[in-house]
Design a protein around this ligand. Sequence first.
Ligand code: ADP
Length: 397
Amino acid sequence: MNNTIVQHLERIHQISYLITNAEFCVTEAQGNAELFAECAPDNIGRPLADVVPELIGIEAELAAIMKGEKEFICLDTINRDGQDGQVTYVRMTELAKRNDDGAIDGIIHLLEDVSDDERLRQEITQKHNESQLLQRKLSNSNLELRALNAELAQSNDLHSLLVSMATHEIRGALTTVQAYLGLLEGELTLPTPQSQTYLERMEQGLDRLRKLISTLLDMMLIELGQLEILLTAVELPPLIEETIELLQPQIVAKAHTVTFHMRNEIPLVLCDQIRVGQIVDNLLSNAIKYTPEGGEIQVALEAEADGDHILLTVADTGIGIAPEHLDTLFTRFFRTSEARQHGQGFGLGLYIVHVLVELHGGKIWVESQPNAGSTFTVQLPVAKSEIVLNRATFLLR
Ligand code: ADP
């Protein structure tokens, strides 16, 4: 073989070769004998099976090459223990050797050190297997997570349901106690100023508890997606007057002045009477709470020019709200630090009011300046036909 080509192949590709004749005896051996012991010159004249025992078993293929039935064959990579204890990977290619007349007179056995390629291939295979294993683990964890989530959602639902049942019961019991307290008050023919104060305090305490229980119950219903409203055509002015009347004790206690006026003729409103009463109660209670003593609170109703909506406003002269808080005011548990100094609360009232207003297909917004009062406005739809009895369910999930 051309020596320059051989040297080139040897150097660049770590390739060596053997040539065997028609009797499968080595006639030529070239290459790095340190890397490939079979290329040592003293192998010349020895039978191929002795020099390269890995070829035992493929005699039929070698014979096919000799007969010209196959031009070449590539063997699977052969592993060999290297001198440094590392495995060497050898690729063998068997090709027909032709003489000057073109007749096949032997076989060229090319030996190539493909250790680097093989190690890389093995590394890639290992990485591929590892990534598949990881993917499998990940999809298993995803399944577990999904199962856990489902379990959690179920236990959350159960938890909400239990709290909702408990709050229902407590509210019932409170109503009974409140009713008996009223009866007891009537029974006291000559109440002393002290017993009168005690009774008032008990009533205030009961009232706070009742409101807390209602808030809890509403939150549970919202979480369970079961807060429902019953829409009817409602006359709002008497409802507002009644709510102001019910809040008289708090209004008087803080020496506020509360006025109510209608800016024009107010049509019937399509709403849930009890829930709108709750909205007014909440906005008015806040106005009372967050306005220092002797404040002025104005409740107003106005029919919008489009004939489709009414506007309910509750304006106070209280502590006001900083502009940066206006966006978060209707979220759960939000309370400003100024509000904490002016009264107790949970930061849930406006959130529930907001949900209720949206359930009605309405809107709520606020205009306010610190120390210059706040004006809350609620927009509700007008009842278009005579009496509309409908059931709307707001599913919050
Ligand atoms: P709570 O009154 O129990 O704190 P709300 O949800 O009703 O909860 O109100 C949330 C917060 O909005 C209050 O804590 C307060 O910071 C602010 N806020 C509500 N109404 C007023 C108001 N009329 N004037 C000033 N701040 C208000």
